[in-house]
Design a binder for this molecule. Structure first.
Ligand code: NOJ
Length: 928
């Protein structure tokens, strides 16, 4: 809070400056003390301090089936409020109130558990609205029968081969394979379930407020946390629950034997300057979804809860050091508020778990084609002249790019939806010039609105009462980039509608159809708030406390912005909105990035597990700032970052305003050439990436994948976070060390792999020690796959639209291969009516066939005259002379040709020259 003295006008003017200064000095290193740890967080400290089965147990009573779901009451044996009993035996206790339990089952192997207070509670607890798919209820299975496998439990059908068991006393849920005793996933097997019930305030004391670094948050409803244990049986590793920075893809244990001290994984959306590259500390987004994988099965658990969450992964032996469990991973989930609304996914394969999870929260939106290409960003491109010169620089240096970004300085005093009239006097013309080359622009729109009475947005929001309120009921006023700011209450659908309207071309003056949006600081970031965020006792629509909804604020902001772009284009133009904060389901609204990383090798390394984790939890359209946000990368690091970033699903370079300029041509000709090559690799693979985005949007399987997603039986891959797959066909190994001379790469599977650069084949199932070259990072195409490429280079992806394709056919031991190509207009939603081309290419018996996989019943048409101009055949025994193409019986030459059409000395491969078959047609090409 500001002292009264600080409200004098002169000092008021100084405050923003001081705050900014403070902020930048804070930016010099991660300030651990600014953020709470578990011991400073009462619910976390309490839950973590409990021993297995020490919590008063609950028993299940009155089990019945009602409306096709299982209903029961959970009866506490003592008052459930542990805090009172433990912390202050003198304070009031509440008589036990039963909890209401409901279990429903959904198609495809999904169980939902819901536990809430009964109607006698003093108020309704918060349940996150609009996070799950609206049609979820249509996929609910109607349960009609309960059976009792043993006395004291009820069981019911879950999916083919799976059942759920509700154990009555003490209460436990088990999801298991029919006929087997050992569950797949279970909840409360260790008796740690605890549910702090709401109370009316009767006395003062620490239950009713909490303090941190001079901030006091009231707790008008007392402590209301929930915690429980979840066990993943048959699991070797667990993954997921972003966002944390880590060099490990598998979640390392945070508690138990062998762990000296670790914080639990924290899920609390925060704006963290200079985050550490390896820490369980919570970053900008939260997805409370964990997956497990092991040789025997994969499963998943998801808790729809937007309050602060802390999750421990418990090391074997945590419960009984004398008998550490083998093949089971126990976890402890703790949340500050909300209800239990949790989903169990049975797998059994890892891709099944992802389908089950995205079946609940939605698959990623299909991006526009341009958004899959390369983005150039910097805080800030200064003015229109700067924009023009950067744009020209790309052309001059023959580096394609698709999007130029403008950060906060382009606005009039950080009033979003406005332009600094001196620096950007002609925004439409500027966008028009980019658009003429097929390029786009992105501007930033943050949620903090400048409290300036002459600013129309502030006037409207104030007048309509659209801001989040502080605990006293006044508009919440916090500090952010513009100084004193307020935050629209995005929980309210009416306010989201209002916000969405602001993106119309009429309302957003200076915007044009080639302009898209970046949402930043939406955790929300509040410079003078507790932990640089909003106080937990701020009040939202429906009297919801900020503490209940915190992790979803950014999600609603992203949703409203994305819907704004949708409306702007009359529902015909796919939105592109990048958001920093996210929650489960954000994949339906756009892309995310991993925030303010640092230009060092460790951050380069951590980017891969971070992006893989996002992909596993639905957010496939994600990337890290190429080059590192803070600091100045040495040319070698920058080049390596481009080489790796070219494979991120979202490929954008970005830098802090205090860094030196780093457009790709500023590091000498040699580095420019290497970066050009890296960007070219991405552009040539755009048809493959776009096809993968289509797959993700249909099935939830991410574009960038951990190796074990493709090779679930190969144990060597379970904890690999250095190498990754792009789709089913490419394996990429980053180079994460300076002047690295060699690298060991494990290539899974029994099949061979072809080096993307020189076509050399390597045996699968073993590690290879490879020499590292500066030209590229090791990348391999899996034998048995076909990758579509476009090898000619233009200024932007838009300009490549009519270019011919190359197919790279990598044959396996049986001389066979398969791959897919998906093409649509790259922009509209016509694909939903079937306006697309979707082919499967199958090579077998020296014959390549293009098969239509477009469902016949979908009417819409998309036409393309694009042809395939080259077919590269890897692994074909020599001796091929020509190719004969049907229909038409025409011939094409088979000869040695370059592996890629890019400059340099790529070696030759067997190539079918100019078959010129159309991608839209059925055809067969026989190699003679
Ligand atoms: C913080 C974001 O993470 C960063 O990318 C951006 O440049 C600054 N805010 C300024 O808008």
């Amino acid at each position: 809070m500001l002292s009264p003295a600080s409200r004098s006008p002169r000092i008021l003017l100084l405050v923003p400056l001081l705050l900014l200064l403070l902020l930048f000095s804070a930016a010099s290193a991660w300030k651990k003390d600014e953020f709470r740890n578990c011991k400073q967080t009462p619910f976390c400290k309490r839950a973590r301090g409990r021993k297995p089965h020490s919590v008063p147990s609950l028993s299940v009573a009155d089990v019945s089936i009602s409306d096709g779901t299982v209903a029961a009451r959970l009866l506490p044996s003592q008052p459930l409020r542990q805090a009172t009993a433990v912390d202050d035996p003198e304070s009031d206790t509440v008589p036990p109130r039963p909890l209401l339990l409901r279990i429903s089952v959904y198609q495809g192997g999904v169980l939902r558990l819901h536990i809430d207070e009964d109607t006698s509670a003093p108020r309704r607890r918060f349940q996150v609205p609009d996070a799950l798919l609206p049609d979820l209820d249509d996929r609910r299975l109607w349960l009609s029968r309960l059976s009792s496998p043993a006395s004291g439990s009820s069981s019911f059908y879950l999916a083919d081969g799976f059942e759920a068991v509700l154990v009555h006393d003490p209460f436990e849920i088990q999801v298991r394979r029919k006929g087997l005793r050992e569950p797949v996933v279970s909840l409360n097997s260790h008796g740690l379930f605890d549910f702090e019930q709401l109370r009316d305030k009767k006395n003062d004391g620490e239950d009713w407020e909490e303090q941190f670094r001079g901030h006091t948050d009231t707790r008008p409803h007392g402590p209301q946390s929930i915690s429980f244990d979840v066990s993943f049986h048959g699991a070797d590793f667990v993954y997921g629950i972003p966002e944390h920075a880590s060099t490990s893809l598998a979640l390392r244990p945070t508690s138990g034997p062998g762990i000296e001290y670790s914080e639990p994984y924290r899920l609390f959306n925060l704006d963290v300057f200079e985050y550490l590259h390896d820490s369980p500390f919570g970053l900008y987004g939260s997805i409370p979804f964990m997956l497990s994988h092991g040789a025997r099965s994969s499963s998943g658990f998801f808790w729809v809860n937007a309050a602060e969450m802390q999750i421990d992964v418990l090391a074997p032996g945590w419960d009984d050091p004398a008998a550490p469990a083998n093949g089971r991973i126990d976890t402890l989930w703790m949340s500050e508020a909300g209800v239990v609304d949790a989903f169990f996914f049975v797998g059994p394969k890892p891709k099944d778990v992802l389908r089950q999870y995205t079946g609940i929260t939605g698959t990623p939106a299909m991006p526009q084609k341009f958004a899959v290409a390369y983005h150039q960003c910097r805080w800030n491109y200064r003015d229109e002249e700067d924009v023009a010169s950067v744009d020209a620089g790309f052309d001059e240096h023959d580096i394609p790019y698709d999007v130029l970004w403008l950060d906060i300085e382009h606005t009039d005093g950080k009033r979003y939806f406005t332009w600094d009239r001196l620096l950007f006097p002609n925004p439409k013309e500027m966008q028009g010039k980019l658009a003429a080359k097929g390029r786009h622009m992105v501007t930033i729109v943050d949620p903090h609105i400048k409290r300036d009475d002459s600013f129309y947005l502030h006037k409207e929001a104030t007048g309509r009462g659209y801001y989040v309120k502080d605990a006293t009921g006044k508009d919440f006023d916090g500090w952010c980039w513009p100084g004193s700011s307020s935050y629209p209450d995005m929980l309210n659908p009416e306010i989201r509608e209002w916000w969405a309207e602001k993106f119309s071309f009429q309302n957003y003056a200076g915007s044009t159809p080639s302009l898209y949006i970046w949402n930043d600081m939406n955790e929300p970031s509040v410079f003078n708030g507790p932990e640089i965020s909003m106080p937990r006792d701020a009040i939202h629509y429906g009297d919801v406390e900020h503490r209940e909804l915190h992790n979803a604020y950014g999600y609603y902001f992203h949703m409203a912005t994305s819907n704004g772009l949708l409306k702007r284009g009359n529902g015909k133009d796919r939105p592109f909105v990048l958001s920093r904060a996210f929650f489960a389901g954000s994949q339906r609204y756009g892309a995310v990035w991993t925030g303010d990383n640092t230009a060092d090798w460790d951050h380069l390394r951590a980017s891969v597990p971070m992006i893989l984790t996002l992909g596993l939890t639905g957010m496939t359209f994600s990337g890290a700032d190429v080059g590192g946000f803070f600091g100045n990368p040495e040319p070698e690091l920058l080049v390596r970052w481009y080489q790796l970033g070219a494979y991120y699903p979202f490929f954008r370079a970005h830098a802090h305003q205090d860094t030196r300029r780093r457009e790709p041509w500023l590091f000498g000709e040699h580095s420019t050439a290497l970066i050009r090559e890296a960007v070219h690799v991405r552009y040539s693979l755009l048809p493959y990436y776009y096809t993968l985005f289509r797959e993700a949007s249909v099935s939830g399987i991410p574009v960038m994948r951990p190796l074990w997603l493709e090779f679930p039986a190969d144990k060597e891959t379970y904890n690999s976070g250095e190498a990754f797959m792009v789709g089913p066909s490419l394996l990429v190994q980053g180079i994460y060390e300076e002047r690295q001379k060699s690298v060991s790469v494990y290539l899974p599977d029994g099949q061979s792999w072809y080096n993307l650069r020189n076509g050399v084949s390597y045996t699968g199932g073993v590690s290879h020690k490879l020499e590292v070259s500066e030209d590229s990072i090791p990348t391999f195409q899996r034998a048995g796959t076909i990758i579509p490429r476009k090898d000619r280079f233009r200024r932007s992806s838009t300009q490549m639209v009519n270019d011919p394709y190359t197919l790279v056919v990598a044959l396996n031991g049986s001389f066979a291969a398969e791959g897919e190509l998906y093409v649509d207009d790259g922009k509209s939603y016509d694909f939903e009516q079937g306006a697309y081309i979707h082919r499967r290419f199958i090579f077998a018996d020296r014959k390549l066939t293009s098969v239509n996989v477009h469902p016949a019943n979908l009417g819409g048409k998309f036409s393309s005259d694009c042809v395939i101009e080259r077919i590269v055949l890897l692994g074909l025994p020599s001796g091929a002379k020509k190719a004969v193409i049907e229909p038409g019986n025409h011939e094409a030459d088979v000869e040695l040709g370059p592996l890629t059409l890019r400059g340099g000395s790529s070696p030759d491969a067997i190539t079918v020259r100019k078959p010129n078959v159309r991608i839209a047609d059925d055809w067969t090409l026989r190699i003679l």
